[in-house]
Design a protein. Structure first.
Length: 456
């Protein structure tokens, strides 16, 4: 509340929040569509490896040419226009930027940008949930030490889930479960970029006409993106995964209180305080009634006879005991809502969700029998999918994070369904690998976890 008023005051004072957007893809383009309508925010620069693509994105969402013809960052800051560049590092280092938005979707790039923001004192909004799941707990700690704000991106489901969990707790409720909806069947774990469109029901003509990336779409279908996002939520809220990972129970909005309660009380949760994703499909493929495919939810408990009566008096849908209730948001607007994060950081000094521990991880699992010497192709590809695990289990089993399972060579055969570990691959030397290994060592020491050796 009050963000709009505070943004208008920034505009009236002539002190807009000066923003750099890195990555002008779909999420970035949706943000670009809204920026001109938001008071108190000046998009000083857009950095993209393909500057012409950034210009095309600006034109496609309705920007006039004169708005993004600045000759330099300094020129853009002075004239209130936008500079297009292929050099994100230089833009981060510039004194003309206050807040950086990473919308690249590339884990290695995201890590690099956060570290640069720490060095140069720039706040960071991480649309890049892939980087957050890979190393967010360490990156957020580094950001706090540097005196900057590290934030999940509002509009994406993890930040919206964090907001709902915070609402419930601030109102005095225990959060029993929190998560999102998706389209899921067990067979989807085997899906590849070659088979993905039949599961979505897209025709060849639709795919040919649209701007569709088969591997990206497949990462949503095969369970990987759900694992990544729920790892981010766990690390930012204190909620934890079930030991077996995500169960994807079929569930519509009216059944949330019944399904998302502990198994001991008739539900499908392993424990109170769990992250879980619900499916819009029954296991036989029939659609769930009043599904939550595009939304987010939180279930919470009364744990009091009086509060339970209040639930009934005010019409809350509950389970049969009357103790469990739910709130949900049926949609999320992706980049169209991203300005909320920028505003929250700039005028309140608050993130819209940020990791404060290592509770969840997305780890690579073989989609088929894999041979020694094969190259893994990352999320949404042909070789592996991402399974949600607790941070403790991932550390104890030396799980290879899905964010590093791209362009990396296997040194052992891996049967279908088995976890891929650090000891199964030829580990490359890279900044992302070093940062992840530093994070694992840090949390293994803090949690007292003895990590397996290669021989194990």
């Amino acid at each position: 509340m009050n963000l709009y008023r505070l943004l208008k005051q920034r505009a009236a004072d002539g002190k807009p929040l000066r923003v750099l957007l890195i990555g002008a893809g779909k999420f970035g383009s949706m943000f670009l569509a809204q920026v001109p309508r938001m008071p108190g925010i000046h998009l000083v620069a857009v950095a993209d490896l393909a500057p012409e693509r950034a210009r095309q994105s600006l034109a496609r969402v309705g920007w006039t040419l004169e708005r993004y013809q600045a000759k330099s960052l300094a020129d853009a800051a002075k004239r209130g226009t936008t500079f297009i560049s292929d050099d994100a590092s230089a833009a981060i280092a510039s004194g003309a930027i206050d807040i950086v938005v990473d919308a690249t979707g590339n884990p290695a790039a995201g890590i690099r940008h956060v570290l640069a923001c720490c060095e140069h004192g720039k706040h960071i909004v991480m649309v890049n949930v892939e980087a957050d799941a890979l190393a967010g707990p360490l990156l957020a700690r580094r950001a706090r030490e540097a005196g900057i704000i590290y934030s999940l991106a509002y509009g994406d489901q993890p930040a919206l889930i964090c907001e709902m969990a915070d609402w419930a707790r601030a109102a005095g409720f225990e959060v029993v479960a929190a998560g999102k909806g998706t389209k899921y069947l067990p067979a989807y774990h085997d899906s590849t970029p070659d088979s993905v469109w039949k599961h979505y029901g897209f025709t060849a003509e639709q795919v040919e006409r649209g701007d569709y990336n088969a591997q990206m779409f497949n990462s949503f279908l095969d369970g990987t993106k759900s694992a990544i996002e729920m790892a981010a939520v766990a690390n930012a809220t204190g909620l934890t995964p079930a030991p077996q990972g995500l169960a994807f129970p079929p569930c519509g909005v009216d059944d949330l209180p019944r399904v998302l309660r502990p198994a001991a009380e008739g539900g499908e949760l392993h424990h109170r305080g769990q992250v879980e994703v619900v499916s819009c499909l029954e296991r036989d493929g029939r659609p769930v009634t009043r599904d939550l495919r595009w939304g987010v939810y939180v279930t919470f408990s009364a744990d009091s006879e009086y509060v339970g009566r209040c639930f009934a008096e005010y019409g809350l849908v509950t389970d049969d005991s009357g103790n469990y209730a739910a709130m949900y948001k049926p949609y999320h607007l992706i980049g169209l809502e991203l300005g909320i994060s920028v505003a929250s950081i700039g005028v309140r000094g608050e993130p819209t969700g940020a990791p404060d521990g290592f509770r969840g991880d997305a780890v690579a699992v073989a989609k088929r029998d894999l041979k020694a010497g094969e190259m893994l192709d990352g999320e949404g590809g042909y070789t592996v999918w991402g399974r949600l695990m607790t941070g403790q289990d991932s550390l104890a089993r030396a799980g290879l994070p899905i964010g590093l399972a791209h362009g990396i060579r296997l040194t052992r055969r891996i049967p279908k369904g088995d976890l891929v570990t650090w000891h199964d691959v030829a580990v490359p030397e890279s900044e992302a690998v070093l940062v992840r290994q530093e994070m694992e060592a840090l949390f293994a020491a803090e949690l007292g976890i003895r990590r397996p050796t290669a021989a194990a």
